[in-house]
Design a protein around this ligand. Structure first.
Ligand code: UDP
Length: 141
C-alpha cells in the first residue's frame, strides 16, 4: 500500500444537481481525504488542455461543451492507493457498465455527463494536480 494523491473533478451536472456534499461524503467515508479544493468555471482552453489526450476523438467537442457548461469542483484526494481506490468508488466511464453503488452508477446522466473525473495513473495524477493547484494550495494530512 502506498499513500497517493489523485485529482478529482465533480463535473457540471453533479454541481448543478447539488451533489457536492453527497459525493464528498462518500469520498471521505472511503478514506479519500480531501487535501485541496476549489470551484471553477472552466474556459474552453482550460478544458481542452486538461483533456488534450482526447483531442480529435468523436466525443471531444461534446465533452468540452459539457465541461464548460457550469462550475466544477476540482479536488486533490489523498489516501492509501488513492488513484485505484477512487476509480473503484467512481465506477466505469460508461454508467451503464458501472457497478451498483458507485458514484457514476448513482449520479451519471450519460457517458459524457458521468458526474466525476479521477486520474487514471500516477503520471496523470501528477500532471492533473499541477494543472489546477500550486503546491501551497495542497494540505496533505
Ligand atoms: N467520454 C465521452 N464519450 C466516450 C468516452 C468518454 O463523452 O465515448 C467523456 C467522459 O466524460 C469521460 C471523459 O470523456 O469521463 C474522459 O474519457 P476517459 O476515457 O479518459 O474516461 P475516464 O478516465 O473519465 O473514466
Amino acid at each position: 500500500m502506498t499513500k497517493q494523491q489523485t485529482l478529482s473533478i465533480l463535473k457540471p451536472n453533479a454541481v448543478r444537481k447539488s451533489l457536492i456534499g453527497m459525493i464528498n461524503l462518500r469520498l471521505e467515508q472511503a478514506r479519500l481525504n480531501i487535501v485541496a479544493m476549489k470551484m471553477l468555471h472552466l474556459t474552453r482552453e482550460q478544458a481542452a488542455g486538461f483533456y488534450a489526450e482526447h483531442e480529435g476523438k468523436p466525443f471531444f467537442e461534446n465533452l468540452l461543451k459539457f465541461m464548460t457548461s457550469g462550475p466544477v469542483v476540482v479536488q486533490v484526494l489523498e489516501g492509501e492507493d488513492a488513484i485505484t481506490r477512487y476509480r473503484e468508488v467512481m465506477g466505469a466511464t460508461d454508467p451503464s457498465k458501472a457497478l451498483a453503488g458507485t458514484i457514476r452508477y448513482d449520479f451519471a446522466d450519460s457517458v459524457t455527463e458521468n458526474a466525476a473525473h479521477g486520474s487514471d495513473s500516477p503520471e496523470s495524477a501528477a500532471r492533473e494536480i499541477a494543472y489546477f493547484f500550486t503546491p501551497n494550495e495542497i494540505f496533505p494530512k
